[in-house]
Design a protein around this ligand. Structure first.
Ligand code: HEC
Length: 134
């Protein structure tokens, strides 16, 4: 029961962090200081304007680019998306296509995009892992 309460608090905290606009986040290099706040609405628009060209309008039907096909990202875990975008931006994960996409984003924008993308309906599913009881 205790852990359920802790989980609820965690989820609530994560939700609040999603909707909050984090003015303390410094804009990424090349981003105007007057960048709009990183809300879910901003994320939906940015996804439509930029990311959908490769990942598909719904994030689930990517454009089949030869050689380096963009993955399905709709419904991916939010923390995974934050990690991936941060690593593309900061160079721990190297990809010539995604690096410039991520370099345009500050931390708040990455969090907002991750929240938006993870909320999209997805064909992704967790493989059965009987050794973990599911
Ligand atoms: C020009 C095409 C293109 C655009 C535009 C683009 N992506 Fe990507 N994206 C890719 C490709 C290709 C990969 C696979 C890169 C790799 O092999 O690491 C990728 C990978 C990713 C991944 C890693 C997924 C995983 O399963 O590890 C995320 C997250 C992602 N993109 C998010 C975004 C977001 C958010 C935007 C918009 C800001 C965006 N992408 C714009 C082509 C694109």
């Amino acid at each position: 029961m205790k852990s359920l309460t802790a989980l609820a608090i965690l989820l609530l905290g994560a939700g609040l962090a999603t909707t909050a606009t984090l003015a303390d986040d410094a804009p990424a290099t090349g981003t105007a200081a007057s960048a709009p706040p990183a809300t879910l609405a901003w994320a939906a628009q940015h996804f439509k304007d930029t990311c959908s060209a490769c990942h598909g309008a719904d994030g689930a039907q990517p454009t089949p680019l030869p050689g380096n096909p963009p993955p399905i990202i709709a419904g991916q875990y939010r923390d995974y998306l934050v990690q991936a975008l941060t690593e593309y931006r900061d160079g721990q994960r190297q990809n010539i296509i995604m690096a410039p996409q991520a370099k345009a984003l500050n931390n708040a924008q990455i969090r907002a995009l991750a929240a938006y993308i993870s909320s999209l309906p997805t064909p992704l599913h967790t493989l059965p892992r009987p050794e973990f009881g599911h």
